[in-house]
Design a protein around this ligand. Sequence first.
Ligand code: PA5
Length: 408
Amino acid sequence: MDFTIDLSNTGITADELKEQKEDTASIMEALWSGKMDLSGWVKLPLYFDQRKMRAILETAEEIKKKCDTLVVIGIGGSYLGAKAVIDAIGGAGQLKHDGIEVLFAGTNLSPAYHLELMQKLEGKDICLCVVSKSGTTAETEAVYHIFKKIMTEKYDTSFRDRIYFITGTGEGGLREEAKTEGYKLFTMPDDIGGRYSVLSEAGLLPMAVAGVNIKDLHRGAEIMATDMGWDDVLQDYGINRYLLKEKGKAVETFLTYEPSMHGFTEWLRQLFAESEGKAGQGILPMALDMTGDLHSMGQFLQDGAPVFFETVIDIEENPFDIMVPGGKYDGVGLAALNRAAAKGALDAHKEAGVPLVHISVPVMNEYVLGQLIYYFETSCVITARLMGVDPFDQPGVERYKSEMKKFV
Ligand code: PA5
């Protein structure tokens, strides 16, 4: 494991943790038994079909040769994972230079957003990648048809060679469209749900197109899956979260100091909110972008109602720096100032009695990111199961989807 996690400032005692260990051990056993519905992601990095990996990489190469921009159409778990990884690795400057631009559509129903995107795409050579496990999501379907029209106008009958679909096995809907049109189609595993699908073809194809080293990402997840620490200390973040919630900490604020990590905290928000927020349970996840948010939300973090705890994801080493060329900070690098702000905020919040989880990532790359993804997914299941809820369903989301149909 290439990152460290400091739980010494959460206020949870060793005895309190110990009391939960028996329950957590059974959760881990159930998770690994393969008997939990939609838990296929647990062993995915260990047994990922290498023919599938090759097919994804070959298709990514094909897309890169055909176009300069890939538009991914999908929402929720069908895009957040890919975006999280592409942004985080891009921000760390590790993206392979042969990757192409990946943009996202269908992440909302705003005409303004999509018109702006279309303007951005003028003069670009584009391919589409439509991602939907159910194949019936309104946002994805509507926006796909808008883009299909653009593609037919731009590329005439050859538009079909530029459209790629990734769907679940459920027949009908978008899967049927892919088959009817003869698009290249990837199938998502039945036993993996949207928000846990980041390391499946749903996330991997867009990432590979952007230049992410998806094999390293998988290797990172694999090393995390096989870490012996899961029998003991690695469970502790999940347990701490549960105990903090029991003590009235209803909100978890994820803090990062690199804007490139914003997508990752968006993915975390979805993972935790959809997995835990049911039956009156859950910790409300918030994401803050520092240092900007220190100048707005920072006040609340320091002195506000004590309803939250903080999980700081700190990247220690930055591949880039800019020296300040004058004034009070003459000769100091922005990276050092950023670190100073992170350390200062941590100490100030510690003094204010805010329960703190501190995750320290020496350097961001695919291998570490794969570890973090797997770590958060497993920790989320631990907390959700301790809360007594099913981490893999999303009845609330399904309800909105069906209610929406009444109005169109
Ligand atoms: O995690 C989930 O299951 C959801 O957020 C889905 O990913 C989201 O609703 C999109 O669904 P679909 O992939 O079926 O279009």
